[in-house]
Design a protein around this ligand. Structure first.
Ligand code: BTN
Length: 332
């Protein structure tokens, strides 16, 4: 991997192997010597690292010569997300910030410094999170706000195929981890119960190399329970849908794994499988919709979704028109 000075993250001091060993036996007592073996530690160093986890909010019960993980808080820790992650590209470097204006901006900053493809930036909170088409993105604590630097070698329309691959990864991860029936509303929304629970956006520029760089931004309302007035009737969170908190670190790791598989497919030129998965999870196919594009509205029925051409709509005027996702809003 290229070496670069990370301009935004500070050092962290959490022992990921120890946490993995504690989590593997969560709720059960683990003998200190077994824990130490799993974490590559013994004696005072084991106690020191247990204390560091407690300082981060982990509740670890202790009896003579044994420990038990009683509660893992919903904190984002780069080491925990990276720990055991066997992806080839996505999340090969993970940076967690406490508060940034936008993780997309932080990712662009890192890309300019030469950060590797697949580098992911997450933040507990964004103060100027942004959505597509210049909209603001409400980003309080409790959400999963993250951006990934990508540089795919694909002949297809990048924004379209990356949005598709990421939508499938996020929707699948939500289904698997939260048990909610997540669907995809073209071009970039993930819905649960008809309400928006996540949004994605792809920004593309040329920075250091002749090949363009993209930043994929993903925002998931995980444990947020309050929404501003203007989105209250259209937004939801996983916590509101399931009645329980979902651990964001687990969701981030699963999204990385699912996205990595699909990203590698796209880079091999295999676009059709991602398109098929996308269709199977789509709530848009077969729907009557109205699209706003460059100030004009178009109404019709969605007859196909093509990974390269975009959304194919049989307009009420009779002919089929393709809409790429960049400058399009689905109004209903
Ligand atoms: C949309 O639905 O309009 C896309 C929303 C994308 C929001 C995410 S949150 C992480 C990343 N940082 C940002 O500022 N935006 C994206």
């Amino acid at each position: 991997m290229k070496s670069y000075r990370n301009p935004i993250a500070g050092p962290t001091r959490m022992n990921a192997r120890l946490l993995a060993a504690l989590k593997a036996g969560a709720g059960q007592w683990i003998m200190a010597r077994d824990l130490g073996r799993g974490a590559g530690l013994a004696g005072l160093r084991l106690r020191r690292d247990v204390q560091r986890l407690r300082d981060l909010g982990f509740v670890i019960d202790e009896e003579p010569a044994r420990f038990r993980l009683a509660h893992a808080p919903d904190v984002l820790l780069a080491e925990e997300i990276r720990g055991g992650l066997d992806t080839r590209v996505i999340g090969r470097e993970v940076i967690v910030c406490e508060r940034v204006e936008s993780t997309n901006d932080a990712a662009w900053e890192l890309a300019r410094w030469g950060a590797a493809e697949g580098t992911a930036v997450l933040a507990e909170e964004q103060t100027r999170g942004r959505g597509r088409m210049g909209r603001a993105w409400h980003s309080p604590r409790g959400g999963l706000w993250m951006s990934i630097i990508l540089n795919p070698a694909t002949a297809a329309d990048r924004a379209t195929v990356l949005t598709m691959a990421a939508s499938v990864a996020v929707a699948k991860a939500i289904r698997e981890l939260a048990g909610c029936h997540a669907t995809i509303r073209w071009p970039n929304d993930i819905l649960v119960g008809g309400l928006k629970v996540a949004g994605l956006m792809v920004e593309t520029h040329t920075i250091n190399s002749p090949r363009e760089t993209s930043v994929l931004g993903i925002g998931v309302d995980v444990n947020c329970t309050q929404f501003p007035e203007e989105i209250r009737t259209v937004a939801t969170s996983l916590a509101l849908q399931t009645g329980r908190d979902v651990r964001r670190a687990d969701l981030a790791r699963l999204v990385f794994r699912l996205l990595d598989e699909r990203y590698l497919q796209l880079c091999r030129g295999e676009i059709a499988p991602v398109g098929e998965e996308w269709m199977a999870m789509s709530s848009t196919l077969g729907q009557r919709i109205t699209i706003l594009q460059n100030g004009r509205t178009y109404t019709g029925e969605v007859v196909d979704i093509d990974p390269e051409a975009g959304l194919m709509v049989r307009l009420d005027r009779g002919f089929v028109r393709a809409f790429k996702n960049e400058h399009v809003t689905v109004v209903k």
